[in-house]
Design a protein around this ligand. Structure first.
Ligand code: ZN
Length: 484
């Protein structure tokens, strides 16, 4: 008595449309051999040219995956049932018949994909059917959206509400010099449409929030996290876990990048790795710490690669692995990531079952809740550069602490300032007298604001922040110095 083999819909064209066929053999390998002899058209779909079973084809004997038995050597008995289960894309799982057809133009455009057996016509149609949402049209979002558009991902959504600034162009290759001042979404749409007019670009000109994230994400197959701040990163993670949408994650900082895939069916999430964010203030953003312009190109390209693999259900994604890239050493390291049963969002007993206030979670006070601007007589009041100049001229200026990096200090500085980079401040706080009045200064006032808050928390009696930093000083007091 032969073995019955269940044929999945996409492969039925090769079995004369039969959903169950019979074949003989003592092992899974022999049965499949017999099957592909009877139905020769099946062979290339089940086996790679080197004769191995394709990685995206799973074979089950009864309810058991042969990968956990003896693979192709798994014995089979007469009357048993074998099932061929091709892996499906990112939860979409559309049958081949439901996939959109390719036009003649598209066939030409994607010919280098079509001749890859791992992509082929079916894979390219899966890409066309796929919907990917990029969070941000910045450094990471640029290569992600451009490569996904070029690859033929049919629908690309982008969430952003920023405008293009000239300082973006060092890394955000979606935008050009002529786009400065335009909305990033308009600029991104033009670039992507020029790259591939077959792609449907959906722009979401909103700030992503707990109120809109679930509605925005729903219907997308993969979310690509290209955010640069902790509240949004946790928001994206939690929304992906709650909706069961994989998250192709990437982040960049100075010369280092990270990438992984979170929130797959059985894989870990960002919170399995970092249940809680670092305290606010001590991890500077790219705007404050800088980033090598090429770095997002590399990390974003990894995110795009993972996205395409998820859609095609091929290869091994970074799910369960955390990739760390060091551009200075040109070195990749990989950590194993495990799904944490105690994870507050994807664990066995999750405590986060709906989106929360992520600004509060990350210790960031929302702007509207900030205290009113203190008056100058307040020991903690901000100081304008003109006020500071007047105090200096009068010989009453407090000690000025510059919290920028030494290479920034080399470009321009306020005479008499003491350099203590923000990152060194916790270690060097003992050098400062908490009873002495201080003015904190950086490039634009952001890092010095964090430094001031840090010192106030440690009991410093009078700490002011210099509004607008050295840039304001150069604008209003000393235009002879270079700005950067
Ligand atoms: Zn988790």
């Amino acid at each position: 008595m032969p073995v019955s083999i269940h044929i999945p819909t996409p492969l039925r064209p090769f079995t004369e449309k039969l959903d169950v066929v019979q074949a003989n053999g003592a092992t899974v390998g022999e049965v499949l051999q017999d099957l592909t002899t009877r139905y020769a058209g099946l062979k290339q779909h089940l086996y790679a040219p080197d004769g191995r079973l394709r990685s995206f084809v799973n074979i089950y004997v009864g309810d058991d995956d042969i990968r956990y038995l003896q693979k192709e050597q798994t014995p089979v008995q007469d009357g048993q049932t074998l099932s061929i289960i091709p892996s499906v894309a990112g939860g979409a799982g559309a049958a081949t018949e439901a996939l959109p057809a390719l036009t003649a133009d598209e066939v030409k455009r994607y010919s280098r994909h079509l001749i890859l057996s791992e992509v082929g016509m079916e894979g390219q149609r899966k890409l066309k059917a796929a919907k990917v949402l990029c969070i941000g049209a910045g450094g990471l979002g640029s290569p992600v959206a451009m490569y996904l558009a070029a690859a033929g991902v049919g629908t690309i959504g982008i969430v952003d509400f920023d405008t293009v600034d000239v300082s973006n162009l060092q890394r955000q290759i979606l935008h050009g010099t002529s786009d400065v001042g335009r909305s990033k979404l308009a600029s991104a749409r033009d670039t992507l449409k020029d790259l591939n007019p077959h792609v449907n670009v959906i722009t979401h000109e909103v700030a992503l929030s707990s109120a809109n994230a679930l509605d925005l994400f729903r219907g997308y197959d993969v979310i690509v996290d290209g955010t640069d701040n902790f509240p949004t990163r946790y928001l994206v993670n939690d929304a992906c876990v709650l909706l069961g949408i994989p998250n192709a994650y990437g982040s960049i900082f100075r010369f280092e990048g990270q990438a992984s895939v979170f929130a797959t069916k059985d894989g870990p999430c960002y919170r399995c790795l970092y249940p809680e964010p670092p305290p606010p203030g001590l991890v500077p953003s790219c705007a404050e710490a800088g980033v090598l312009g090429i770095l997002p190109g590399l990390i974003g390209t990894i995110q795009a690669t993972e996205t395409v693999k998820i859609i095609l259900g091929m290869g091994q994604t970074l799910a369960g692995r955390f990739l760390i890239y060091d551009a200075m050493k040109m070195r990749f390291r990989e950590l194993t990531l495990r799904k944490d049963p105690e994870c507050p969002v994807c664990g066995t007993n999750p405590t986060v079952t709906a989106l929360i206030d992520y600004d509060q979670f990350c210790g960031i006070v929302p702007a509207q809740a900030a205290p009113p601007a203190p008056v100058l007589t307040d020991a903690m009041a901000d100081v304008s550069v003109l006020e500071f100049k007047a105090m200096r001229d009068a010989g009453t200026a407090p000690l000025l602490i510059d919290v920028r990096e030494p290479h920034e200090y080399d470009i321009c500085r306020i005479e008499g300032s003491v350099l203590i980079p923000l990152g060194d401040l916790p270690a060097r706080v003992g050098e400062l007298d908490p009873t002495v009045e201080l003015v904190m200064q950086c490039r634009s006032g952001v890092r010095s604001g964090k430094a001031a808050a840090f010192l106030r928390e440690r009991g410093f009696r009078s700490v002011h922040n210099l509004t607008g930093g050295i840039l304001a000083w150069i604008d209003q007091v000393d235009p002879s110095q270079p700005k950067y």
